[in-house]
Ligand binder design. Structure first.
Ligand SMILES: [Mg+2]
Length: 231
């Protein structure tokens, strides 16, 4: 029976050091405003809503038109790409992640992808920089919907289209680092494993009652077993 594991990116698989620099640069280039992502808590949110929150926090009324949104996407891709190449922003996979996804890739009928609030362009840059792109080329992104709860369903439907067969939601497992990942999983009738490598320690994540919790992915066997047994 098929299983689909859908990983969140930031705080779950990877950490972007100084990721705020290209994000803020793209805001400045697109809107001519000095918005700062460090003024909000972006964890678990989608990039479109993060942008809205940055402007609201700064008391700025900004009309993010379709054209502006397209320009922001282009600018963010460009800025992020330059920042990674120049070493200004460093994207690393979290301990054990590479081992985990490479082991999952070897399991028959086990499939994996991402569900992230990042725009698709930045998600792909980050995955590539962290060495994870070969394992995670399917997913749903903040550029597909501003509402995180839409993303698990979009990822599942994309997988079904690609594989030309269906998979029930309860055979899909969201792996994330925030209560928002859990909320999106629940609204999509999917299973959820939370990991304490982001803003929330595992003791706090347990309080939200996900199907399982992990402190981190350092022990590959325990991580594998935990993820596979919830569905
Ligand atoms: Mg996250």
């Amino acid at each position: 029976m098929d299983k689909l594991v859908l990983f969140d990116l930031d705080g779950t698989l990877i950490r972007a050091h100084n990721g705020f620099i290209p994000f803020n640069e793209a805001i400045l280039k697109t809107f001519g405003l000095a918005g700062d992502i460090r003024t909000v808590i972006p964890d678990g949110n989608t990039d479109p809503l993060i942008l809205e929150e940055i402007f609201a926090t700064a008391g700025l009324e900004v009309d993010v038109t379709e054209d502006k949104w397209r320009a922001f996407t282009v600018n963010l891709q460009e800025s992020y790409s330059w920042a990674i190449q120049g070493g200004l922003t460093r994207v690393v996979s979290l301990p054990g992640v590479l081992e985990l996804v490479s082991k999952l890739a070897k399991i028959k009928e086990l499939h994996q992808g991402v569900v992230t609030g990042n725009l698709e362009v930045t998600a792909q840059l980050k995955l590539k920089a962290a060495g994870l792109a070969p394992y995670l080329n399917l997913g749903a992104y903040g550029s597909d919907s501003r509402k995180r709860e839409d993303l698990p369903r979009i990822a599942r439907e994309r997988w079904e289209k690609k594989m030309a067969r269906s998979i029930p939601p309860d055979r899909c497992i969201i792996v994330g680092d925030t209560p928002r990942d859990l909320d999106a999983a629940r609204k999509s009738h999917m299973k959820c494993v939370l990991v304490g490598t982001g803003r929330y320690p595992v003791e706090e994540l347990k309080f939200f009652s996900p199907d399982a919790c992990l402190s981190d992915f350092c022990d590959t066997e325990i991580a594998l077993e935990t993820i596979l047994k919830v569905s």
